[in-house]
Design a protein around this ligand. Structure first.
Ligand code: BGC
Length: 749
């Protein structure tokens, strides 16, 4: 499957012209990383200067260095320096040149959430983050962050533009695959260990995209991308409570719990202000309320909309180079008093303090020694994520397949033999690739005939299926950064490739033993689901998706992933269906520069919150996933007080295979006086591995925040007085255990 080309060259060329007419940004000699080991030598030139004294705090050192810098040098540090990494001879997506005079190294920035993006250099291609989310595995999140950061480091970079923690609002959004799905709690829980892992060995994290970066836009004109409701121009009109409860919590966790070093502000506008120039987002919430002491950098090229508001409202670094933060524009603003020198010092001080804190200034640049990457151990992590993130959506007894009893298998669909991923800045060049077709052949051996058909001709594929014992149909969607999908089906009008929904229907009619293997980046519609006996959702499974899928198909592994997204029955069921004012937005030109307005009028009701509130039955609900065994839930216990509740439950494996269950806890908050509340919200989950017949205990810790709603009048999270409910079970629509807890002085009947 070929994805729409994601091409940076046009914006770069366009902006190169613009920048040359604006005076450009200054540059100094970059300290290019050289070959060698993985650990950088100390920055030997940093001696004798007062800010080089490592016994001082990062804040004091930054202040000393800021005092020493000329105004021009400060301007230079407020913008990146080179949009085309190749020009530096260093594999990086962004560069901020150092200043030799004061022993300041160049800082190199790299993408991204699926693996380090280093041009043609080999990279471990991890499964898309949506697959990691489906594993609900915090330890894997930590290991993935650490492994990607390690490759970032081996390629000579300092800062990693990841993870993406935007909560999914729109299922056709082109970047759903980069996220952890539709629930803010799961997103925050995964983001924290991911960032901790990524910052554990000398790399600075960069959580993105702050905030409500929930659409790319429709009707693309490549390479400029979606134009209707474009991410660059859309203004999200969103209620304060919705922002606080749904979209901000993952960023809040990244700051407060993971101590993330930097935040990438988003392309879009929020309530009229560009996200990269919003006083409320960048100063009031991020710094004053959450205590963020790192720095804010912009998303690339089009996120920064101006000079003065950006500087005055807390945007520290324009990437990848200074258009609005060009030397000349900053100088004019200082000359006219629109930006004070103290503000310039603050912008630069934020960066320097962070770089001192994370050791960037006390060492040389990392050498580029990609050859020394331990690809085998990183691949083991990618494989585990693919295994644990695969979700069994349907199984009417066909799976697992018995390789011994089969003589012939039809493998249908081009993506059975391809690397399947999403397009855009997270796309990587896999170090190795084992496709499903290769893995299936290896698994069944020479005695089983495996015949591949790329599925381009449905009738031909159906003939092959009819003459085979089993048909395995591999299908995908077509997601890319820069443009939202035009529909929620597998194939949308205008996308390349065959009509995959028709292909499935034809094959299933030809052979009742058909398994559909989805390798999609988001939820898709499954209109054919009742005519096939088995469906697996493997997402974009990364470079080792093949072995993971084969192990599950043939029962070497018991699937255990659960959905981090609801799969609707129909596109008309989604919260924003048939309402362009919600999505993709309607034209509403505004003096601030936005031209589309998207009203988040669904409020708190996104994803499963919406389907639950409306009583709509989704095709597959949030948290859903089958196994080759079954689990019984019993013995719910709740103890503790308002500030700290402990909930436990017994899970028993009642089947004949060992397996891992992901137990989930949801809370239902009362609605006194009609205060809107979603029917339930995820507030806990735990993986538990059980042998056949074995029982184990899952335990969840709940605090006040687990039951809190954003009290807009008082500007804080509050717990409502009343009877709250705790529900525990297999997924959002199967919660056999429940208990009530009176909180904040309330009572339960
Ligand atoms: C994306 C970011 C990415 C940046 C640098 C932008 O287009 O939105 O996620 O980090 O490019 O590649």
């Amino acid at each position: 499957m070929t994805f729409m080309a994601y091409n940076r060259s046009l914006p770069v060329a366009l902006l190169a012209v613009l920048i040359s007419s604006c005076g450009g940004s200054p540059g100094s000699t970059a300290n290019s990383p050289n070959g060698g080991g993985t650990t950088a030598a100390p920055n030997s030139s940093c001696s004798g200067f007062p800010w080089c004294d490592t016994s001082l705090t990062p804040a004091v050192r930054a202040a000393l260095l800021v005092d020493e810098l000329t105004l021009n040098e400060k301007f230079q540090l407020m913008a990146g320096d080179d949009p085309a990494s190749a020009a530096n001879g260093v594999p990086a997506v962004g560069v901020s040149n150092g200043i030799e005079r004061v022993s300041l190294n160049t800082v190199f920035y790299s993408d991204g959430p699926i693996g380090v993006r280093e041009g043609d250099s080999p990279t471990t291609a991890h499964p898309a983050p949506i697959a990691l989310a489906a594993s609900f595995n915090l330890e894997l999140a930590r290991q993935t962050g650490a492994a990607i950061a390690n490759e970032v480091k081996h390629y000579g970079n300092d800062v990693l533009h990841a993870p993406t923690v935007d909560v999914v609002r729109i299922l056709v959004h082109g970047r759903v695959f980069e996220t952890y799905g539709e629930d803010p709690y799961l997103t925050a829980e995964l983001a924290v260990p991911w960032i901790e892992g990524s910052q554990s060995d000398g790399i600075l994290g960069n959580v993105k995209h702050y905030v409500v970066n929930t659409q790319e836009g429709q009707v693309g004109a490549p390479p400029i991308t979606g134009v209707v409701g474009s991410r660059f121009l859309v203004n999200a009109i969103i209620d304060e409570r919705v922002l606080r409860e749904l979209y901000l919590p993952p960023f809040e966790a990244a700051v407060k719990r993971a101590d993330v070093g930097s935040v990438m502000c988003a392309y879009n506008y929020v309530n009229g202000a560009p996200a990269c120039a919003s006083e409320s987002l960048l100063i009031t919430i991020l710094r004053d309320e959450w205590g963020f002491d790192g720095y804010v950098l912009t998303d690339y090229y089009f996120a920064q909309k101006d000079t003065i508001n950006s500087a005055n409202n807390g945007n520290d670094l324009e990437m990848p180079f200074g258009l609005h933060y060009s030397q000349q524009r900053l100088q004019n603003a200082v000359d006219t008093g629109l930006i004070t020198e103290a503000t310039i010092d603050e912008r630069v001080g934020n960066q320097l303090r962070t770089h001192f804190k994370y050791g960037l200034i006390d060492r040389d640049n990392y050498p580029t020694d990609g050859d020394a990457i331990d690809f085998a151990s990183h691949n083991a992590i990618a494989l585990q994520t693919a295994e644990q993130g695969t979700v069994l959506l349907r199984n009417e007894g066909l799976l697992p397949l018995n390789a011994v009893a089969l003589t012939s298998i039809a493998v249908i669909g081009a993506t059975a033999d391809e690397y399947v991923n999403g397009g855009g800045s997270s796309a990587v060049n896999p170090a190795i690739l084992t496709t499903p077709l290769t893995s299936i052949r290896a698994r069944v051996g020479p005695d089983v005939t495996v015949t591949f058909d790329d599925g381009s001709n449905g009738a031909r594929a159906a003939l092959l299926a009819a003459s085979s014992d089993v048909a395995l149909v591999f299908v995908t969607d077509n997601a890319t950064e820069g443009q939202d999908r035009a529909c929620l089906n597998l194939s949308c009008p205008g996308e390349q490739g065959q009509n995959q929904d028709d292909l499935i229907t034809l094959v299933a009619a030809a052979n009742p033993d058909t398994v559909v293997i989805l390798q999609t980046g988001s939820a898709v519609l499954t209109p054919w689901r009742n005519s096939v006996p088995a469906i697996l959702e493997a997402w974009y499974p990364g470079q080792s998706g093949g072995p993971a899928i084969a192990s599950i198909l043939f029962g070497d592994l018991n699937p255990g992933g659960k959905l981090p997204l609801s799969f609707p029955d129909s596109a008309d069921d989604t919260p924003y269906a048939n309402n362009p004012a919600q999505y993709p937005g309607i034209p509403a030109p505004d003096p601030g520069g936005s031209t589309f307005q998207a009203s988040f009028s669904e409020g708190l009701l996104i994803g499963y919150r919406w389907y639950d509130a409306q009583g709509i039955t989704p095709a597959y609900p949030y948290g859903f996933g089958l196994s080759y065994t079954n689990y019984a839930y019993s013995n719910l216990q709740v103890s503790g007080n308002d500030a700290e509740l402990t909930v436990s439950a017994t899970i028993t494996n009642t089947g004949s295979r060992s397996g891992t269950e992901i137990a989930q806890l949801y809370v239902a908050i009362p609605s006194p006086g009609g205060l809107p509340q979603p029917p339930r919200q995820l507030k806990g989950f735990q993986r538990i591995t059980l042998a056949p017949g074995a029982s184990g205990t899952v335990q969840f810790a709940l605090d006040e925040r687990s039951f809190a709603y954003w009290d807009t009048a008082n500007n804080r999270f509050d717990v409502v007085t009343g009877c709250h409910q705790i529900q525990v079970g297999r997924h959002s629509r199967d919660l056999p255990l429940s208990a009530t807890v009176p909180l904040a002085g309330g009572a339960c009947p």
